[in-house]
Design a protein around this ligand. Structure first.
Ligand code: ATR
Length: 288
């Protein structure tokens, strides 16, 4: 029941019509008996500053921020969490004295998803496929979590090289290096974790894959695709065929939302509730 004490959170993005975030947050409020409602806000190009000011004026408790505003929103924030600063992208605004503080819960969300799937980062050899904004964020997470080696590959190699240089600079390390797709297939070592951070294979292009060679899939023990629609991407299918474990990105979506909700409400969400929300998300995806 919405009443005079209902607090509001929302999503700033363009477009927002297909978001699953209201399923996460409104179900959390229902399960946790919180008087909080979460709504999508379609913010038109050039209106981000006004949106942040307006949210502030309306006493909105917090917002998620999605494409294409995750970096554009940063200048309009009062404070910035250090991890979000390193990543250069904010997906969660939390109301603080005098404005909003920006966080990135996407990468902590990926970390929590991996932990819940029993996938390790610390001390591991990891391959990142892609060199866009998401791939860069993954490289920061892996460096922060002390992966032993981080190889990054991309169709446009130059972009992978730039990320390697930037992330090594941020962490004063030499952990990240850029490699070509051909070099990946010829790796001497095995036992890599591979994280697929491009849009290749996203529905309706279910049959597309960033790398098709069997040789690559025999080098990896685990494939983590950040795509969640389809639930099993071609990348995951090829990995499974080669004997690797394969996971999609739905748990990352779940946990980025849960971490945002925890920040807004200053509380911890239990594993049991997280599992219930995960089931709701799977159902919502099926019904789409
Ligand atoms: P995001 O912010 O979601 O990471 P992005 O910055 O547009 O999105 O990055 C998209 C990534 O997917 C890039 O690594 C891109 O490769 P390029 O840098 O070479 O463009 C990759 N990508 C998209 N479509 C691709 C395709 N058909 N084949 C190979 N890589 C592709």
């Amino acid at each position: 029941m919405i009443d005079g004490k209902t607090r509001t959170c929302g999503l700033i993005g363009n477009p927002v019509e297909h978001t699953l975030s209201p399923v996460i947050h409104n179900t959390l409020s229902e399960k946790l008996a919180q008087n909080l409602v979460y709504v999508p806000f379609h913010v038109k190009e050039g209106m981000v500053e006004d949106a942040v000011k307006g949210a502030r004026a309306l006493n909105i408790l917090g917002c998620n921020v999605t494409v294409p505003y995750k970096s554009e929103v940063i200048p309009f924030l009062k404070e910035l969490d250090p991890l979000a600063e390193k990543i250069g992208a904010v997906n969660t605004l939390v109301s603080v004295e005098g404005g909003y503080k920006g966080y990135n819960t996407d990468m902590p969300g990926l970390l929590r998803a991996m932990e819940s799937d029993g996938v390790q980062i610390t001390g591991e050899k990891v391959i990142i496929l892609g060199a866009g904004g998401v791939a860069r964020a993954v490289a920061v997470l892996l460096a922060q979590q002390k992966a032993e080696q981080i190889l990054i590959t991309n169709r446009t190699l130059q972009k992978a090289e730039q990320i390697a240089q930037e992330v090594n600079g941020l962490f004063q390390s030499k952990t990240v290096s850029a490699v070509t797709l051909e070099e990946l297939c010829g790796l001497k070592d095995e036992g890599y974790l591979a994280i697929q951070a491009t849009s290749v294979g996203l529905h309706p292009h279910d049959d597309e894959v960033i790398i098709g060679q069997d040789a690559f899939y025999h080098k990896i023990h685990t494939a983590y695709d950040l795509i969640f629609n389809p639930g099993e991407t071609k990348f995951m299918k090829l990995a499974a065929k080669a004997g690797a474990k394969a996971y999609n990105g739905l748990k990352m979506l779940l946990y980025q939302g849960i971490i945002a909700y925890e920040l807004w409400n200053d509380m911890a969400v239990s594993d049991e509730i997280a599992a219930e929300i995960y089931e709701r998300l799977k159902k919502a995806l099926k019904d789409e």
